[in-house]
Design a protein around this ligand. Structure first.
Ligand code: SF4
Ligand code: SF4
Ligand SMILES: [Zn+2]
Length: 330
């Protein structure tokens, strides 16, 4: 054994002086300062490192404060983990029941032909678009248009996450060239979902200097003023509450060519997984879409309702609702 603390382990189990967790044997070998015992958690080490430089009185109050904070945070993260596990287990059970019922009522389809996928739902309650939201959106548009005008073309725009989004969008579009059915099925699924992932578009709609400059490059005859007018002409009098300003009860009000690369190339994880699994299959499986009432971003938040609001078989031709749930709002 390399230090005294480790050798004393045979008699007693060491505990971290900050978070009170038991320190396992390999971690005791990492303890260099025999004046205190601390686990390998970064937060605990940060607190204990002050012991050397603080007076005992100051250190005690520093330790008491951080100990409470660290323990509370840990309790919170354990509770969050448990909540996620519970939600996931409950949803899995309900989904399997819906799959079973669908197979009973659609005896011509075998389980092997179905791909079960859970989708969120865009909120369908719209309200008059507030002046403040419109002002913020126009301010954002003006600022990216002015900045985009400073460049001669898109290749001059400093690299940021929007370049990655463009690359992803191109990759997605290429895969759709190989498998056009996947695009049709995805479009149908997103229509059913009504933009469950658009909730964070707020008043920027993910539009960036890079996407704006590319639009300018593709339309060299348009001035910045023309472009601003084109974008603002698509602002609707009503939009979905707490979602992107362009999200309306009938879907996105922006034509595809005006949307950001993030919007045009984004697919939620379950749909991306479906694309991946179906890429090497001749005929993509029909999707059993189980739609729940959360948006894509709040599934695991406490007090969020995850009820099933619709179930449908979705293929490249249609959305065939298999249930008659009273909660359907569309
Ligand atoms: S990508 Fe997913 S979350 Fe977004 S609209 Fe389509 S199905 Fe809904
Ligand atoms: S611009 Fe359209 S696709 Fe993009 S976040 Fe807004 S509503 Fe969704
Ligand atoms: Zn600790």
């Amino acid at each position: 054994m390399s230090n005294g603390l480790a050798s004393s382990l045979t008699n007693r189990q060491l505990k971290c002086e900050v978070c009170d967790c038991l320190i396992n044997y390999p971690d005791t070998l990492l303890i260099k300062d025999t004046n205190y015992t601390v686990c390998r958690a970064f937060d605990c080490q940060r607190v204990m490192n002050k012991k050397r430089v603080m007076t005992p009185f100051m250190f005690k109050s520093h330790l008491d404060f951080n100990r409470t904070l660290i323990r509370k945070n840990r309790e919170k993260s354990i509770a969050t983990k448990q909540h996620i596990e519970q939600v996931t287990a409950r949803e899995k059970q309900e989904n399997e029941l819906h799959l079973k019922n669908t197979l009973i009522t659609n005896s011509h389809i075998s389980e092997n032909d179905i791909y079960l996928l859970t989708i969120p739902s865009g909120d369908s309650s719209s309200s008059a678009c507030e002046k403040q939201r419109i002002d913020d959106y126009i301010k954002h548009l003006k600022s990216i248009i002015i900045e985009a005008e400073n460049y001669d073309n898109a290749s001059e725009v400093a690299y940021d996450e929007h370049h990655d989004a463009y690359r992803k969008r191109c990759a997605v579009e290429n895969s759709f060239i190989e498998k056009p059915q996947l695009k049709k099925i995805s479009d149908n699924l997103c229509t059913m979902c009504k933009g469950g992932c658009c909730a964070s578009g707020k008043e920027h709609a993910y539009l960036s200097v890079f996407s704006m400059r590319r639009y300018m490059d593709a339309n060299p005859d348009l001035t910045g003023h023309d472009i601003l007018n084109i974008y603002t002409s698509h602002i609707q009098s009503e939009s979905i509450i707490d979602s992107c300003i362009n999200q309306t009860s009938s879907g996105c009000a922006l034509p595809r060519e005006l949307r950001s690369d993030i919007c045009n190339g984004y697919y939620c994880d379950p749909l991306k997984q479906y694309h991946k699994n179906m890429l090497n299959i001749d005929a993509p499986k029909v999707i059993l879409a189980i739609q729940r009432s959360y948006t894509y971003w709040d599934r695991f938040k406490l007090n969020v309702c995850n009820d099933v609001i619709d179930v449908a078989l979705v293929d490249e031709h249609e959305i065939n609702f298999t249930t008659n749930l009273s909660k359907r709002t569309k």
